[in-house]
Design a protein around this ligand. Structure first.
Ligand SMILES: O=C(O)CCC(=O)C(=O)O
Ligand SMILES: [Fe+2]
Length: 179
């Protein structure tokens, strides 16, 4: 029974919704990334953050993000039972090209990230079709491996219940909306 309880807690720490965004929304965000992305925070990674869109005088391009961001925030608050408690700390489009990968980590893994409670990753394109490699893995619990598909969202707590990694991109470009 102890194990069951642990399993249940583990399951509650993540939520995967296969069709959260329409393909049209994915395409629109992809278009913005193609027009505005800049060199990202790690090798072979490119990003388009909302602050970058403001700084480069493209504030109109923020509009498509806003309703998606609210929908996602509502979903997180509903699922994790923290209505009206969250504020969104980061919103950006992030693409990974050949050679990019990330090993096991949690998303609150720096002292200055401890205020981060949840991560949400919307997949804007599809494994096997747009890129090869780039599978997402949770170290513990279920589901274990996520195969990125356009429109899906994965929401998980940023703590050590959700240690995760992403395989190296072998070909193409893997695009996400990350919050
Ligand atoms: O893109 C993903 O699927 C997750 C990326 C990730 O874990 C991170 O950037 O911290
Ligand atoms: Fe991560």
């Amino acid at each position: 029974m102890g194990d069951d309880t642990t399993g249940e807690k583990q399951n509650q720490a993540r939520l995967i919704i296969p069709d959260f965004l329409s393909l049209q929304e994915c395409k629109e965000l992809e278009f913005i990334h193609r027009s505005c992305s800049t060199v990202g925070y790690r090798p072979n990674v490119f990003s388009t953050t909302l602050s970058h869109l403001i700084a480069t005088n493209s504030p109109h391009l923020i509009i498509p993000f806003l309703s998606i961001r609210d929908r996602l925030k509502e979903k997180v608050e509903e699922f994790f039972g923290c209505e009206y408690e969250l504020s969104v700390e980061f919103t950006g489009l992030i693409s990974w090209t050949r050679g990019a990968s990330i090993g096991w980590h949690t998303d609150d893994n720096r002292p200055y990230l401890k205020q981060r409670h949840f991560s949400a990753i919307c997949y804007l394109n599809t494994y096997g079709q747009d890129f090869k490699g780039g599978l997402f893995h949770f170290r513990d619990g279920h589901p274990n491996t996520l195969v990125p598909a356009a429109g899906a969202v994965s929401i998980y707590t940023a703590d050590d219940r959700n240690v995760h990694s992403v395989d190296e991109i072998i070909e193409g470009e893997r695009l996400t909306l990350t919050m």
